[in-house]
Design a protein around this ligand. Structure first.
Ligand SMILES: Cc1cc2nc3c(=O)[nH]c(=O)nc-3n(C[C@H](O)[C@H](O)[C@H](O)COP(=O)(O)O)c2cc1C
Length: 175
């Protein structure tokens, strides 16, 4: 069992994954964390589409020009969506759920990486959101905040060095 401090210190973005599936119980634990995330007015506007189909992951790996290629080597990717009509703060709701998933993955010894979808373009003509919605047959009323790629780590990264934290970013009582 990791302490919360260990989790936030060791979680790093992992973009190289072992060719090894994620056990169903671990995947469920990650999704459970997302479903327990706080949301404004407890509206829970989010939906999570789990993709483990290799062809779909390959298609998703070109959803942007850069920053998402490694999806074709990930065993699982979760599209974090929300029904924007239900909440004016769906971006925050979806983001918190995504961050919970990343910490849950780390707690289970798995690596993960956030891939930004909202406000990104697949090409000059098509948004990344529209491109992905077609791949997973998402209805028109869904927005996509991000994709969380998850898998067993095939790269090691250093934990945060607490001596290098930017404490100057923190102010008290007055900026
Ligand atoms: C809102 C957000 C968007 C991000 N978008 C991407 C992305 O599209 N592709 C990617 O490879 N990493 C993405 N990342 C991961 C960041 O690059 C990473 O968190 C940052 O460099 C710090 O590294 P660390 O996570 O290892 O601490 C994103 C992270 C956040 C929070």
């Amino acid at each position: 069992m990791n302490t919360f401090n260990e989790l936030v210190k060791t979680r790093r973005s992992i973009r190289k994954f072992q060719d090894r599936p994620i056990e169903e119980d671990k995947l469920n634990a990650i999704l459970k964390a997302a479903l327990m995330a706080p949301s404004s007015k407890r509206c829970q506007p989010w939906h999570f589409v789990v993709v483990d189909d290799e062809d779909k992951l390959l298609q998703m790996s070109v959803c942007r020009e850069m920053g998402c290629k490694f999806l074709d080597g990930a065993p699982v990717a979760v599209l974090v969506m929300a029904e924007d009509a239900l909440s004016d703060v769906w971006v925050e709701d979806a983001s918190i759920a995504a961050a919970y998933m990343q910490l849950a993955a780390e707690d289970l010894g798995l690596g993960s990486c956030w891939i930004q979808v909202r406000n990104r373009m697949k090409s000059d003509e098509q948004t990344t959101e529209d491109y992905l919605k077609e791949i997973v047959n998402a209805p028109d009323n869904m927005r996509i905040e991000c994709i969380i790629a998850i898998g067993y780590k095939a790269e090691e990264k250093n934990a945060f060095d607490e001596t290098r934290l930017k404490w100057e970013k923190v102010k008290r009582n007055s900026f």
